[in-house]
Design a protein around this ligand. Sequence first.
Ligand code: AMP
Ligand code: MG
Length: 303
Amino acid sequence: MGTRIAVELWSGDPAAGQAASDAVLAEMRRVDALMSHYKPESQLSQINQRAASEAVRVDPELVALIQRAQALSGLTGGAFDITYASVGYLYDYREHVRPTDDQVRDGLGAVNWRHVIVDPEASTVRFAREGVRIDLGGIAKGYAVDRAIGILESMGVVHASVTAGGDSRIIGDRFGRPWVVGIRHPDDAGRIVVRIPVVDAALSTSGDYERYFDEDGVRYHHIIDPKTGRSAGEVRSVTIIGPDATTTDGLSTSVFVLGPERGLELVERIGEVDAVIVRRDGKVLYSSGLAAPQAPPQNQPEK
Ligand code: AMP
Ligand code: MG
């Protein structure tokens, strides 16, 4: 995944603890081998190579995650769209490469989640037209974290935290106190904007400082608005807190694209999730589940 994995867990027995963390890393590698778009032999790459001309048979697990991504596309009005990759591949952040307006215009015709036709019965994926590419980078790390937590639970672990890049999930508490997760300042990795106590929950952050380059005062980064083919620019970071990491990962990318107003509206509508948004001007916005309570009414006569 090209990302940092961290596992913290408690176990009465050092050998069992080591076996549990080994199992987490093995599961992360397995998911990566299945879904990586960097690896030409992965099943995801097989889809990208062949699905425009035939229905490509893949593991039901991959089909299910693509269906989950499609559901999120429907929920977000297409802000989350794994076919963003049909233009996304034209960017190379390390080499400071970005597409021309003509290239974006040509690529955008292939960007539409409805171009991905999934047949769960046959366990196949097919593209409705040429030029479509998919990439699960906006949701697969959260999925891998959820898989890892499932393995830890099956091994009897009851206090643990698993993180892959910006996606974390926590089971239990930390010695009777909540785990505390800091949200970093977009321009200073050493500075914390806000600390959030977390017990039995997942938390994902999407930021414009993860993969990017700056040119003429514009930040070109890895979260792409499928409507424009350009980096979404209204916010600097979005953190979502929710029940599982697949949900929070997908939603943090989605809300980043939607921007603060439509993003918060979606979060309130879903209900079981909360959000912290760092807007482009630096202002920090919270969903209603996190917002500081209003000062209680002071039954005092006005002077
Ligand atoms: P995250 O850090 O979870 O927000 O994921 C960012 C990654 O999501 C990018 O590196 C892309 O792989 C992918 N991505 C970018 N834009 C979109 C989009 N509009 N919909 C779905 N995935 C996206
Ligand atoms: Mg995400």
